[in-house]
Write a protein that binds this ligand. Sequence first.
Ligand code: NDP
Length: 334
Amino acid sequence: MELFKSMDTSGEEAKEVQANTDVEKVKCLIIGSGPAGYTAAIYAARANLNPVLYEGLQPGGQLTTTTEVENYPGYPEGVTGPVMMEDLKKQAVRFGTDARWGLATSVSFSGENHKVLIDNKVTIEAESVIIATGATAKYLGLDAEKKYAGSGVSACATCDGFFYKGKDVAVVGGGDTAAEEALYLAGLCRKVYVIVRKDFMRASKVMIERVENTDNVEVLYEHNTKDLFGGNGVEGAILIHKMGTPEEKEVRISIDGFFLAIGHTPNSQIFSEYLETDEVGYIQTEAPSSITNVKGVFACGDVMDPHYRQAVTAAGSGCKAAIDAERYLGEKKR
Ligand code: NDP
């Protein structure tokens, strides 16, 4: 029996797990099934690497939670996130990718080959591993966020902003993402509120200046979101100004869209013992490649990219990871 160090999905508790003795050997293992994972699979399959891809907790990744995708090249009429992911999967399978249900629960990257435990049961021994586990947008934890998901609540202004053209929206957060999203939305919407819980934004100075100097953007400092309201979709938000102080008061704003920009959590917890990450957990790669600090392990998509986070950039980095894996395996054989 092989022992693995396992973490739960929040990465908090480490425990020892015994894997089955059966080990399946593969040339190329891809973990994750968003645009990065499927694109890596298309390229790896066409390079005869016989990739095995595990889809993870949310097959298709974050895009399966969005409705219309209009900014992915090649779909002039737009496409829904789930259909696009299904198309990418079909393309990967067409060239021989073995796409499977299953979640990578722990890894051991200390040997010549890399071992990955699936669903705490099956061990895969891989000559190369491509990590495409993505990132998860943070939410405030309000019931209303679930109620209005896809009908007024979004965690991606670049993806969904267009649907709010000419309307009033709010962005929550005070970092660079919130600033960027507010400026992007300001070009489309009538009015953009930025809801910041402190009395300052932590975004870079230049971004704060741009936000504050944009006519149709209003920054609501020291405001927390208590709830959202509306019939079929979001019609407004209930905010608390100066929460927890004697001057605390409730404020209502009318909005059609509510955008979260309070950070993302890269899904890299199970690799943290082996792979170098930044302080947030984004896997570090040797720019411009997908090469990590462990030989034969490559990372692509949102798990290594705090900056762009677009389906098309994730797909591009998946392509790079497959090419890097193929070159690595080719050199190893020599
Ligand atoms: P950050 O972690 O930098 O900022 C998150 C923001 O959300 C903070 O203002 C934080 O408030 C706020 N927040 C967190 N939780 C809550 C909550 N529960 N309620 C209300 N507000 C909350 O995340 P970003 O995504 O903005 O940026 C991540 C990294 O990526 C940063 O290093 C950033 O600089 C970088 N980045 C760079 C870009 C660029 O260079 N073009 C573009 C986008 C991001 P508080 O300040 O009070 O903690």
